[in-house]
Design a protein around this ligand. Sequence first.
Ligand SMILES: Nc1ncnc2c1ncn2[C@@H]1O[C@H](COP(=O)(O)OP(=O)(O)OP(=O)(O)O)[C@@H](O)[C@H]1O
Ligand SMILES: [Mg+2]
Length: 356
Amino acid sequence: MTRTFKAQALATMMGTTSDTIRRATDESEILVQRQETGPRTRVYTVENVYELAQWRARKKGEKRAKRPVVVTVYVPKGGVGKSTVSSNLASILPLMGLKTLVIDLDFQSNLTLSFGYDSELSREEAAEDAVPEERVVDYHFGCLFDRWPEKQPLSKVLKKPFGEYGPHLIPSDVSLDGLDTLMTFEALENRNSVSMFAKLIAEGRSGKNPDLDLSSYDVILFDAAPAKNRMTRSALLASDYVVAPISLEKFSTKAVSYLSSVLTELKEQSNRCPELIILGNFFDQNRTRVLNQLSMIRRTYNDAWLSAVIRRSEDFPKTLSSDAFELPLCLSKPSSAGADDLRKVAQELMTKMGVL
Ligand SMILES: Nc1ncnc2c1ncn2[C@@H]1O[C@H](COP(=O)(O)OP(=O)(O)OP(=O)(O)O)[C@@H](O)[C@H]1O
Ligand SMILES: [Mg+2]
């Protein structure tokens, strides 16, 4: 069954009142169904939600920075919330009127799965099990490279899980690992594979590459794997910012200082590196260990620390364990504490990055 939303949920997501949502719906003439029985309340599909958000943003006519800002969500540590932050930011930014592309750069495909795609499913299996064809993943980011054996244009690779005005996704599957291999071969042939990747993104964001025109996006997000492989280093080199989610309960200072050394190394080799932004996840201010870790981080990286944090909440793992079609938390439970934290994080990040 398709998940639907009431006006109040849209109001929470967009930081306004349900009356404003109802008025905007009338004015925009977006086709919204009403409940078949009872008070005939409006029920919005997820596509309606994004259509309305886009209509409101266009009406406000806010000016945006010219080129997309490129952000990699990365820290060299597993399970700290990189994919959670990526999927939720990608879902929140279009609600703020920002056209957003999120790229799954991890062949484990957790981000792809969180948008309802099944990266292990073949077309034949989908047909046999009556699974909608659109859930199948045929291509990934590696397929956009000239040297990929069956190069594809962006239009073939792109998925739009919540319609045209929601987040756009470049999914991944296990064969994305081949991109790292391809890059290793490039390096063995004395070509700079890391800058090949950065060049592809640079051309894409300037609109110079007709097969990969990224110039209409406001924000491009990479969800990186925890590994420090060529793909991750390349995404970092291609990015303006790196957002590093850390769990302050564990050995977070170590992971951040390691990331910081990776950035210094990049700067030395390429004279370019993204600006570091550290994001506290699994936050619990009642724990002494968390506060100790926080003061250690702030002593060294105070400028990089984002004041908005994401609290620990059981709502996060719950969204993953339920139905494969479940939505990111900011959509499935817009009034939860986790969703509220994520919206504040998105707002502070976009302000810091000069996008808003
Ligand atoms: N604030 C939070 N509170 C509770 N659980 C969380 C929170 N943030 C993330 N999680 C949970 O932690 C687990 C790991 O999250 P996620 O997959 O986003 O991490 P990751 O850094 O992308 O992992 P990997 O390194 O494997 O790619 C998931 O089950 C997720 O639901
Ligand atoms: Mg991940």
